[in-house]
Design a protein. Structure first.
Length: 341
């Protein structure tokens, strides 16, 4: 019965679609997408589930998972657990004698400017292995995209949570779920765990389009839900400010800003494979857009100036090479231009 209701609601919304929404939906379907959802002014105005997708089907967000670390940090600030500019070595005591790692702040970890070796895309080390990672640069000087910083943040949170509120939160994912995801009605269907049993923060969560969109609406509202702040809103706003090393990346979110050379290199090689920074018509995309992005074209876009939240999902974490070679792979800019025309 619930599935029939979901299908009926989606069909009704689709019947009321604008030409732009239908154009974006057709493009999404043509490149293998399985979900496409638009929230405008706080309400779902369009959703489509082609190619075997369903409203109640959850998909792996891949690196779209990274953006949840922003909410974890902002909730932890509100709870008095941490501050963004505290040294990581306050918690990772083994870093205190290291001349470089002792200078790294939590902000630098979440902005991927810590100076740590970033690690190979898609292969997250255990928390303990991440903490042992060597430095590649001075803190704050350069941007490096990869899983290591998020796993370091996971270990920081694990240690802090063990001392918070009687240790009732077993790990960062359970803390996020209790503090943010359950209150907004957006619990994950699954969350991958590493060999150490800890949740992987760089990738591996699974969400339906509607639940991921709810997180986007929470971000659009500045860390609030239906007028009630769930996290420290000042700290949450820092997630959408770039760094000197990379203006196009905030704290775990991609920003539509002029990218650094490091970002351009990452956008060509990382599995997110976004053309937001390279497409010749990228200047037509609203400058205030920010996004969570994962391999295969998993996307959560938020455009505050238009009060829009947009979700697009794909069933696999890599598009077929033949599609990429033929120029048939998903394009952020081509998709958004159709919707925002």
């Amino acid at each position: 019965m619930r599935l029939l209701l979901l299908i009926g609601m989606a069909s009704l919304i689709a019947a009321q679609a604008t030409a732009d929404e239908r154009a974006a939906a057709a493009y999404n379907a043509s490149v293998g997408g399985v979900s496409f959802l638009v929230i405008k002014n706080g309400a779902i105005v369009y959703e489509d589930y082609p190619n075997g997708g369903r409203a109640d089907r959850a998909w792996n967000l891949a690196s779209g998972t990274k953006s949840f670390s922003c909410a974890i940090a902002a909730a932890a600030v509100r709870d008095g657990i941490l501050s963004l500019d505290e040294p990581a070595a306050d918690t990772l005591t083994e870093w205190r004698t290291d001349p470089l790692r002792s200078q790294v702040t939590i902000r630098q970890i979440l902005s991927l400017t810590s100076g740590l070796h970033a690690g190979p895309i898609g292969r997250a080390p255990t928390y303990s292995a991440a903490v042992e990672t060597k430095m590649r640069a001075d803190p704050g000087e350069s941007f490096a995209y990869g899983p290591v910083n998020f796993q370091v943040f996971g270990e920081i949170m694990r240690r802090k949570l063990a001392r918070f509120d009687g240790g009732r939160f077993k790990d960062p994912a359970s803390y996020l779920e209790a503090r943010v995801l359950r209150p907004i009605g957006a619990t994950p269907a699954a969350w991958k765990r590493g060999r150490d049993g800890q949740p992987t923060l760089p990738h591996g969560s699974e969400f339906t389009a509607r639940n991921w969109a709810r997180y986007g609406q929470f971000a659009l509202e500045g860390g609030a839900w239906k007028g009630r702040a769930l996290v420290d809103r000042t700290s949450f706003s820092e997630c959408f400010k770039g760094s000197a090393a990379n203006p196009a990346y905030g704290l775990a979110w991609w920003l539509n800003r002029e990218p650094s050379k490091d970002t351009l290199a990452a956008s060509r090689t990382m599995t997110v494979a976004s053309d937001l920074f390279t497409h010749p018509r990228r200047g037509e995309i609203p400058r205030d857009l920010f996004m969570a992005a994962g391999a295969g074209g998993q996307r959560l876009y938020v455009i505050p100036s238009q009060n829009l939240v947009i979700v697009r999902q794909y069933p696999r974490l890599m598009e077929p090479r033949r599609k990429v070679r033929r120029g048939e792979s998903f394009s952020d800019v081509e998709f958004l231009l159709r919707l925002l025309d």
